[in-house]
Design a protein. Structure first.
Length: 326
């Protein structure tokens, strides 16, 4: 068993219907880091068995265990995938500050692993101590009667439980390189966001937008990302400092009103709109752009290109390291 370092961490374990896999994944990540909060993400069908198993066998000691996935019915339908995306994305977006976060891909249907890995690749930061891990289980573990047979007597996974696998067939966690979380010193060769007359070009994909939406997206990008207020940060993470021009919605609305009047084929109509109505128009316009991006982009690209809205104002999610040539 590895010596556990003193730095605490939070962990997210993605698992399907197998309680032993959950237990194994939790103990293996606990061997590497003292877990503060453990988040188990599964489905409606899986959670009942996982909770019952955890009550009988126990999990590594941590401050709190959270269970997620009651609304994910485990089918391959889009509603289930959207719910799963919201859960995992929420855990990544609302993570604790200054606490490393590790995600373990333990099991589940293929789309669960795919969505979770895409979200993790663009949210976790190795420089912050985060990690993405894949559980590699040995055949001896998967087929051991104490773990695979329903109703069998539960066994707690601990350091000695690897004896059932044999010395040459240990289960282990394989770390995955977080290619989307590089720091400024390693981003010289990263692809940059580009534009043509009709679309945003990024990550080998093209996202077409109507001319006015495309122009607004580029304008908003220039208002925020090109005015970086924290050059000492290698990545943007959740920083909204460069969104200062949009700190107050009224300021953004004034700028957007002027831009819209210049770009629209109906400038007279724009001038006739009451200025007090423009804050709502900005939100509606951003929503339309995000909808168009979502329809055309995969999940990882959508999270990079979508326009977010926080206390700092409106801000495209593209990291500044991808804007070198934009």
């Amino acid at each position: 068993m590895n010596n556990i370092p003193s730095l605490p961490a939070d962990a997210v374990v993605i698992v399907g219907l197998s309680p032993p896999v959950m237990s194994l994944a939790a103990w293996l990540i606990h061997e590497k880091f003292p877990i503060r909060h453990l988040h188990v993400v599964s489905s409606t069908q899986g959670l009942l068995a996982l909770k019952e198993f955890a009550e009988r066998t126990g999990l590594p000691a941590c401050e709190q265990v959270f269970w997620h996935g009651e609304e994910v019915d485990g089918t391959d339908g889009e509603p289930s995938q959207i719910q799963f995306q919201r859960i995992v994305g929420g855990l990544l977006d609302n993570r604790a500050l200054n606490i490393p976060l590790h995600m373990v891909l333990g099991g589940g249907v293929n789309w669960m692993i795919s969505i979770a890995s895409q979200l993790a690749a663009f949210s976790l930061r190795e420089s912050a101590g985060d990690g993405l891990w894949v559980l590699k289980t040995a055949p001896a573990f998967e087929h051991h009667p104490g773990y695979s047979k329903p109703g069998a007597q539960a066994r707690v996974f601990g350091p000695d439980a690897r004896l059932i696998e044999g010395p040459s067939h240990e289960s282990y966690l394989q770390r995955v390189l977080l290619v989307g979380a590089t720091r400024s010193g390693a981003t010289q060769n990263l692809e940059s966001v580009a534009f043509n007359d009709h679309a945003i070009l990024f990550m080998g994909q093209s996202v077409r937008l109507p001319p006015l939406q495309l122009a607004f997206y580029r304008w908003l990008l220039s208002q925020t990302k090109f005015a970086c207020c924290r050059p000492q940060l290698g990545n943007c993470d959740s920083c909204y400092a460069c969104a200062l021009p949009a700190k107050h919605l009224s300021v953004l609305s004034d700028d957007f009103r002027a831009f819209y009047a210049r770009s629209s084929h109906k400038p007279g109509y724009v001038k006739s709109i009451d200025a007090l109505d423009f804050p709502q128009r900005v939100a509606e316009y951003v929503s339309k752009i995000n909808t168009n991006i979502r329809r055309q982009a995969n999940l990882a690209l959508y999270r990079q290109l979508k326009i977010g809205h926080g206390e700092g104002g409106y801000l495209p999610g593209v990291d500044k390291n991808y804007l070198k040539g934009a």
